[in-house]
Design a protein. Structure first.
Ligand SMILES: C[S@@+](CC[C@H](N)C(=O)[O-])C[C@H]1O[C@@H](n2cnc3c(N)ncnc32)[C@H](O)[C@@H]1O
Length: 231
């Protein structure tokens, strides 16, 4: 069983997700106590995909984050570098064009998507800035970015309880359900080390996106960051 370290070596990250692929969606639902469904609906509203628009769902994994865009009539391309996650996705949704690709060197043309979104993926990419620049490159001028990622709870007392949950309760729960429990130790550690809302908005702006901003979900457990590509 493989787990990645906080230096996020791509071969370790991909192998870790290969290991969790079989029970990924079930484990997510359990560990987030069903909150992930609410967060996903908020992503779909923020992306506001229209029929016929081309949407890149980067780090799409098994395609759970891609499905609502297809349901809205958009042409969604789920892209990920874990072949294990892609295989589970393709079996479940053979109609979606699952594509193998690395977020830091995307296999797509410049200006080829109306919107690019990434859910619970950016934190795992070895080079955040490179991924944000690649997402900008493949988005058309005027197109939009939506990043959904774990963030920093706003209220200090809740933050303390939440970090306790992440570091102490989550790994034992994961041991009972996940196909690779060590991956969930990485999950807790990587959330704790991830930039807060303002820092991530800064990175998005530095990568060249206009008007970076965010909205907190579940008190800041998750944040939705947005940006647009300048004309
Ligand atoms: C937590 S899963 C999220 C899957 C899906 N977006 C969701 O919301 O359920 C994170 C995904 O990021 C992918 N990933 C991490 N680094 C990547 C990279 N450099 N390029 C492409 N995918 C990457 C992993 O393979 C994994 O499938």
């Amino acid at each position: 069983m493989t787990r990645a370290e906080l230096d996020k070596q791509p071969h370790e990250v991909a192998a870790m997700f290969d290991d969790v692929a079989a029970r990924y969606d079930l484990t997510n639902d359990l560990l987030s106590m069903g909150q992930d469904r609410r967060w996903r609906k908020a992503v779909v509203r923020a992306v506001d995909a229209r029929p016929g628009q081309r949407i890149l769902d980067l780090a799409a994994g098994t395609g759970t984050s891609s499905e609502p865009f297809a349901a809205a009539g958009a042409d969604v391309v789920p892209c990920d570098f874990s072949l294990g996650m892609l295989a589970v996705g393709k079996e479940r949704r053979p109609d979606l064009p699952f594509t193998a690709g690395d977020a830091t060197a995307l296999p797509f043309a410049d200006n080829s998507f109306d919107a690019v979104t990434i859910s619970f993926g950016l934190r795992n990419v070895v080079d955040t800035a490179a991924a944000l620049r690649e997402m900008l490159r493949v988005t058309r001028p005027g197109g939009r970015l939506v990043v959904c990622e774990f963030s920093r709870p706003v209220l200090a007392p809740f933050r303390v309880v939440y970090v306790e949950y992440l570091m102490k309760a989550l790994p034992p729960i994961a041991r009972t359900v996940a196909s690779n429990p060590d991956a969930y130790v990485y999950l807790a550690e990587s959330i704790r080390a991830w930039p807060d809302q303002a820092e991530l908005a800064g990175l998005i702006g530095e990568a060249g996106w206009a008007s970076p901003g965010w909205r907190n979900l579940s008190g800041g457990i998750v944040a939705l960051h947005r940006g647009t590509k300048r004309f």
